[in-house]
Ligand binder design. Structure first.
Ligand SMILES: O=C(O)C1=C[C@@H](OP(=O)(O)O)[C@@H](O)[C@H](O)C1
Ligand SMILES: C=C(OP(=O)(O)O)C(=O)O
Length: 432
């Protein structure tokens, strides 16, 4: 898409849609790392085709682990290098993909050579210093080029010796996930202990599950505070099917909340590996009905004449769906408070301050807090919504335009980070 903005067409009546979003970003990028460290060929199916998975695939290719792409990019054949990094030097451009920069920084410490990771200007503002610190505690030689603890990152790799490290948990769970995936290929055993409250916990549980699928078990207490990792050398190759993306699913479920009617997302159940399926619980608290199906989850929005209720929601574990929830909150009968998401300030943009600005532009009153926001609905109005190069700002606030005339979304092609065909899929869903 090359237009500078897109106008969202309001829908006339209640929805009746079934959708299957593309593959999960988080699962695609984890499966790629585990397959790359496996001893033989793995085939991943249902993979996400997007900027964030592209930079991971490109990066692994530069590290000497080529990936064969079929079925329009959704099938990936990975020739795993058995826990080794074949390249002896590489310059990796990782765009604005948090998963890619954090997972690959940890992974390249297993190699022998010089590696550099850098990305777009916003990536140079996103924290990675606490991951660098933990890797150095395990005997690696890693440094951030700038004093602020952000990319670019330089790694002088000579294998990862192992030992014990503290890992900061309250900025991003991706530091821990990156370490967990790399450490089974370290030279010796590794103990990781979490410092501070761990955010985004379901993503760490997901990491452990994907590792287990590729043959590596790490036991951890339920509170995910400490991990003992044995040096097993490599992962086992396997065929791996990737679930549809649950964060992407949130937009379609939210459309039912905003427009009324029902939307079923196929391919995701309450047993999904992705914590973001719990977004439907937030919608339930606001008055939607949620129906678990054998192979999907249906959300039924308010009946004609009924209104959504405001709610207070701790979204620490499902922070990628805060913007979706904020769009829904504009249609409630009273204020909605989101708490526990201070880490949202370190993502593609400051997803508290910038979200507040755009919600106000659409007519709401918003109180910004250090770790969240209180959204009081007001009279909605037409607006050109700024998106800050943040795919989720574009995808979530577009939903407001399904009801309010004159909502335009600036730079719609920023959805390519995780969902290049979002606007086409949304238009198709609301026309079903
Ligand atoms: O590990 C992952 O796949 C992710 C973890 C979360 O980040 P934080 O741990 O930084 O909250 C999430 O926001 C991101 O989109 C994907
Ligand atoms: C925060 C996100 O991505 P990442 O941290 O992987 O760049 C996201 O997809 O919303």
């Amino acid at each position: 898409m090359s237009t500078d903005s897109i106008e969202i067409t309001p829908v006339a009546g209640p929805l009746n849609a079934s959708v299957r979003p593309p593959g999960s970003k988080s699962l695609t990028n984890r499966a790629l790392v585990c397959a790359a460290l496996a001893d033989g060929e793995s085939t991943l199916s249902g993979a996400l085709v997007s900027d964030d998975t592209h930079v991971m695939i490109e990066g692994l290719g530069r590290l000497g682990i080529p990936i064969d792409v079929a079925d329009n990019g959704t099938t990936l054949r990975v020739a795993g290098a058995g826990g080794q990094i074949p390249a002896i030097e590489a310059d990796l451009f990782i765009g604005n993909s948090g998963t890619t920069v954090r997972f690959l920084t940890a992974m390249v410490t297993l190699g022998h050579g010089a590696f550099r990771l850098d990305g777009v200007p916003r990536m140079r503002e996103r924290p990675i210093g606490d991951l660098v610190k933990a890797l150095n505690a395990l005997g690696a030689t890693v440094r951030c080029e700038s004093p602020g603890g952000c990319p670019p990152v330089d790694v002088h790799a000579n294998g990862l010796p192992g030992g014990a490290a503290m890992v900061r948990g309250d900025i991003s769970s991706q530091f821990l996930s990156g370490l967990l995936m790399a450490c089974p290929c370290a030279d010796g055993p590794v103990t990781l202990e979490i410092e501070g409250e761990l955010v985004s916990k379901p993503y760490v549980a997901m990491t452990l599950e994907v590792m287990r699928s590729f043959g590596v078990e790490v036991s951890a207490p339920d509170d995910l505070s400490r991990f003992e990792i044995e040096p097993v050398g490599s992962y086992q190759p396997r065929d791996y099917a990737i679930e549809p993306d649950a964060s992407a699913a949130s937009y379609f479920w939210a459309a039912a909340a905003i427009c009324g009617g029902e939307v079923t997302v196929d391919g995701l159940t309450r047993n999904a590996l992705q914590g973001d399926v719990a977004f439907v619980d937030c919608l339930e608290k606001m008055g939607c009905r949620v129906k678990p199906l054998a192979e999907g989850i249906k959300v039924i929005g308010p009946a004609p004449g009924e209104k959504l209720r405001g709610a207070t929601l701790d979204m620490n574990a499902i922070s990628d769906t805060v913007q979706t929830l904020a769009a829904v909150a504009l249609f409630a009968d009273g204020p909605t408070e989101v708490t526990g998401v201070a880490h949202n300030r370190h993502k593609e943009t400051d997803r508290i301050a910038d979200l507040a600005t755009e919600l106000r532009r659409l007519g709401a009153s918003v109180e910004e807090k250090p770790d969240g926001l209180v959204i009081t609905p007001g009279e909605l109005r037409p607006a050109l919504v700024e998106t800050y190069d943040d795919h989720r700002m574009a995808m979530s606030l577009a939903l407001v335009g399904l009801k309010q005339q004159g909502v335009r979304i600036a730079n719609p092609s920023c959805t390519a980070k995780t969902y290049p065909n979002y606007f086409e899929d949304l238009a198709r869903a609301v026309q079903q």
